[in-house]
Design a protein around this ligand. Structure first.
Ligand code: GLU
Length: 158
């Protein structure tokens, strides 16, 4: 169980996401994280921490944030509640960034079948999702790659 917030709109993404994560914190509070588009960095920045949302709030520069982002409060099922295993998780090229609620029962089979040679950095089932989308997007449109990935996942998730 976890809390997920995604935002795109006129307000500062970090304000909306952190506010949402605080409200959802009861769903999972062993760790948390946020990814947002940074005007300064001209790309997505990810910040993660074990512990509560208040720790995350103090861990980055708000001036960087733009109007697009995702956030997560975690209740670990796969892997210890540490920084590396906290969400969001990126694909290996960092093109795709994912937050996930639930469990992917067949994630180890999917690694063996589709992700040979891909360097996974966490112990989570979630990281597999981002990397499957990346792999399939090399052969098809991104929306099709997402659909194909979802069709392969077994478990209960959002
Ligand atoms: N299975 C994922 C993990 O352990 C998601 C857990 C959750 O729903 O918070 O990271």
């Amino acid at each position: 169980m976890c809390g997920i917030v995604g935002y795109i709109g006129q307000f500062k993404a970090t304000d909306v996401i952190l506010n949402g994560l605080k409200k959802l914190e009861y769903r999972g509070y062993d760790s948390c994280g946020i990814s947002f588009y940074s005007d300064k960095g001209k790309g997505f920045k990810t910040y993660k921490t074990p512990g509560r949302v208040d720790l995350l709030i103090n861990s980055f520069d708000y001036n960087e944030a733009n109007h697009i982002g995702i956030g997560h409060t975690r209740w670990a099922t796969h892997g210890a509640p540490n920084q590396v295993n906290s969400h969001p998780h990126s694909s290996s090229s960092k093109r795709f960034i994912v937050v996930h609620n639930g469990v992917i029962d067949n994630y180890q089979e999917l690694i063996i079948k589709y992700l040979e040679g891909v360097k996974l950095v966490s112990e989570t089932d979630t990281e597999v999702i981002a990397n499957l989308i990346e792999k399939f997007s090399q052969e098809m449109q991104v929306d099709q790659a997402i659909r194909k990935t979802l069709s392969l996942l077994e478990g209960s998730y959002a």
